[in-house]
Design a binder for this molecule. Structure first.
Ligand code: ADP
Ligand code: MG
Length: 329
């Protein structure tokens, strides 16, 4: 497909993130509805052309676990990427509107992310780098797919140069500026699953919430940074990869924890766990605990997780995802 702005009719806005905005568009010549992402980057024309070349790999990323790609083009000074439109949007929107994601659906989410990451790495040597609920999309057929992975090294660099690339889904090793790998994506998966299961971001400030909202077992690990936290300067984030904006309000929780406190908490405190609720099977607890092992050398890779009993079991389980998405209206 030869895509250009004049052939795309704007239908609605879908949202915006750190690096750009996404809208629903109609490609009139092919009668295809698409999601168009406009990436705002401040890069030289040669760099933009390089990014565009690197993005062509997306044409080869074909998997049922991955949102398909229609094409990218320059619309000076921006880069536009057109992808499959997922009409039920992303899992963050879904849980914010309809509450925690049912456990059987979570099993399928884990299957999709584990297999999607395995495909990206085994076939294309791509590390996702941005696993989070807003990058896991759902459509009306009940399909779940991942998007927004880091295919273009130049694009990753340009975004990092232009924006404060802070993500609270970052693994401890990445926060500390160490070498990171596909296993960092596994950490982000663990955090995302807990968020979807709780219906809120797992690192909130429990003191601000009402008592009965926070299960007892979460309180220790999720306590706000203790006063002595600041004295642990030695293990503070080392790199500017981690933008230091203080006083960031954690969305949806009403709690205030500065982004630095939060990142320090991730590095210094025990990892969060799924709530001790009988609706979460033991094998699921074990799987998420593995994802959130702080030492990356002890944490499984996506490939390792494909043979985890919970992942296998969830893969084989019949779950009526179509019936689930039909409730989201
Ligand atoms: P972020 O992922 O950080 O939220 P993005 O710019 O990647 O920021 O996306 C903004 C929003 O657009 C997402 O939260 C998601 O709900 C929506 N979105 C992105 N891609 C698609 C798509 N292919 N189909 C439908 N909605 C999408
Ligand atoms: Mg995104």
């Amino acid at each position: 497909l030869d895509l250009k702005n004049e052939d795309l009719k704007h239908l609605s806005d879908l949202g915006s993130g750190n690096s750009g905005t996404v809208s629903k568009v109609l490609h009139e010549k092919s009668a295809t509805t698409m999601a168009k992402k406009v990436v705002f980057i401040d890069a030289k024309p040669t760099v933009r052309k390089q990014i565009l070349r690197e993005l062509q790999i997306l044409h080869e990323c074909n998997s049922k676990y991955i949102v398909s790609f229609y094409g990218a083009y320059l619309s000076e000074p921006h880069i536009c990427m057109c992808m499959e439109f997922m009409d039920k949007t992303s899992l963050d929107n879904i849980y914010k509107k309809w509450g925690p994601v049912p456990v059987d659906v979570l099993g399928k989410v884990i299957v999709v992310v584990v297999h999607g990451l395995t495909y990206l790495y085994d076939v294309h040597r791509i590390i996702h780098r941005d696993v989070k609920p807003s990058n896991i999309l759902v459509n009306g057929q009940g399909q779940i797919k991942i998007c927004d992975f880091g295919v273009s090294g130049e694009l990753i660099n340009s975004i990092a140069d232009t924006f404060v690339g802070t993500s609270t889904y970052m693994s401890p090793e990445r926060i500390q500026g160490d070498q990171y790998s596909v296993k960092s994506d596994v950490w982000s998966l663990g955090i995302s699953v807990i968020e979807l299961a709780l219906g809120r971001f797992p690192f909130a400030n429990p003191a601000e919430d009402s008592d009965d909202e926070i299960p007892e077992e979460l309180r220790g690990t999720l306590s706000p940074t203790k006063p002595d936290g600041l004295s642990q300067a030695a293990s503070r984030p080392k790199r500017a990869d981690v933008g230091a904006r203080a006083g960031v309000s954690l969305e949806g929780s009403g709690a205030q924890m500065s982004i630095l406190d939060l990142l320090q908490h991730i590095v210094n405190e025990p990892p969060p766990h799924l709530p001790e609720d009988s609706k979460f099977p033991k094998a699921m607890h074990e799987c998420i605990d593995l994802c959130l092992i702080k030492d990356p050398s002890a944490r499984p890779s996506p490939t390792d997780l494909t043979v985890h009993p919970y992942v296998k079991e969830s893969e084989e389980k019949k779950v009526d995802l179509k019936a689930w998405v039909d409730t989201l209206v």
